[in-house]
Ligand binder design. Structure first.
Ligand code: FMN
Length: 335
């Protein structure tokens, strides 16, 4: 399931003001979300348990809480963040509201030898309770958390949720490599608490970053770095991604390149009303300025695309000039 659109819709339900009773289908959805989530590190044992919120300290109006348990091994906190965010976005798609609830407590602190890590509170809520526009999200400007290429991706990944909205990540994108760091200088909470939650936050961020890359059709090879020791470094490496143009991205650019050629040919032949041309113009216009176009354009600038790929459709004014030419030609014919 492509969860890209849910990044824009999800928001923390700090209070579940208008919860609706969860149906058996909704609960099935929660179980499915939990079962389908993939870990960042499969060697770390984890378990999740869905319990009525009344069995926890959660008094925010949610009906259920998803409890996360983990073996304390390697980057267990980051791993839980990565798993939990898949569940968060999956549930958002089904209009089930969520809240990562770091301060939530449960009596069952251990389960099958694993430790309680964190919970996500959930309830069915009206669709109107989700985020209507990314501009409603309070976030640092992306210049503060991202440098280098591919800022179309920075604009989306900045919407990742984090404890007390600390946004403890910094990404550099240069020469086709994305380097993600955990920023350790977030002094909103005591240091130990910050480190605990910010490691979960980085797992959430990596998941959202990977959804963006996959949605854009980019391929990547991920290298994870251990972030388990106490450190005075301001930035701790979390994961590096070697990027390349994926099959889907190349297919998309080729496809739009061909659409552009078809329209050019029709205009050269003097018949702008040829069958299908207005539709092709509409497709080009929808692509031009879209997230996909921006990523394709910026991938070209970043040197990620293969040298022999035809890419007139990615020139700054190529599509604009062609659609302009089309409108003038159609106008001429109508006169
Ligand atoms: C790991 C984690 C723990 C959080 N803990 C709490 C919490 O205990 N109480 C709360 O009201 N919000 C909590 N939040 C929600 C954040 O405050 C919220 O994600 C952030 O302010 C950004 O807002 P948004 O999620 O609506 O985009 C937590 C978020 C994360 C990722």
């Amino acid at each position: 399931m492509d969860l890209f659109d849910q990044i824009f819709r999800r928001r923390s339900q700090h209070r579940f003001r208008t919860p609706e009773k969860m149906t058996e289908d909704d609960l099935r959805s929660v179980r499915k979300a939990v079962l389908s989530a993939v870990p960042l590190d499969p060697s770390i044992k984890t378990e999740t348990k869905i319990v009525p919120a009344s069995e926890t300290s959660c008094k925010l109006g949610a009906e259920y809480c998803i409890l996360f348990y983990s073996e304390k091994k390697g980057d267990w906190l980051r791993n839980v963040g990565y798993i939990g965010e898949q569940i968060d976005l999956f549930l958002t798609a089904g209009n089930i509201g969520t809240l990562w609830y770091g301060f939530g407590k449960t009596k069952e602190k251990k389960r099958n030898g694993l430790d309680f890590v964190i919970m996500i509170a959930v309830s069915k809520i009206p669709a109107s309770c989700f985020r209507a526009s990314p501009s409603d999200a309070k976030r640092k400007p992306s210049e503060k958390t991202w440098s280098g290429d591919l800022d179309a991706i920075a604009d989306v990944v900045r919407l990742s949720p984090s404890a007390v909205n600390t946004q403890p990540w910094y990404t550099e994108c240069k020469n086709g490599t994305l380097r993600v760091f955990r920023n350790t200088k977030n002094l909103i909470m005591p240091a130990g608490v910050t480190d605990y939650f910010n490691r979960i936050d980085v797992g959430i961020y990596l998941l959202i970053l990977e959804i963006c890359l996959s949605h854009a059709g980019l391929s990547y090879e991920r290298r994870l770095f251990a972030d388990t020791e106490k450190t005075n470094d301001a930035k701790v490496p979390a994961a590096f991604y070697e990027l390349s143009a994926g099959e889907e991205q190349i297919k998309r650019i080729n496809g739009y390149e061909n659409v552009m050629l078809d329209v050019s040919r029709a205009l050269d032949s003097g018949d702008p009303t040829e069958d299908g041309i207005s539709e092709k113009i509409a497709r080009l216009e929808a692509y031009y300025g879209s997230f996909e176009w921006k990523v394709d354009f910026q991938s070209d600038e970043a040197g990620i695309l293969p040298g022999n790929l035809k890419r007139g459709v990615l020139s700054e004014d190529g599509v604009y000039d062609l659609t302009d030419r089309y409108r003038s030609a159609v106008g001429e014919q109508e006169r």
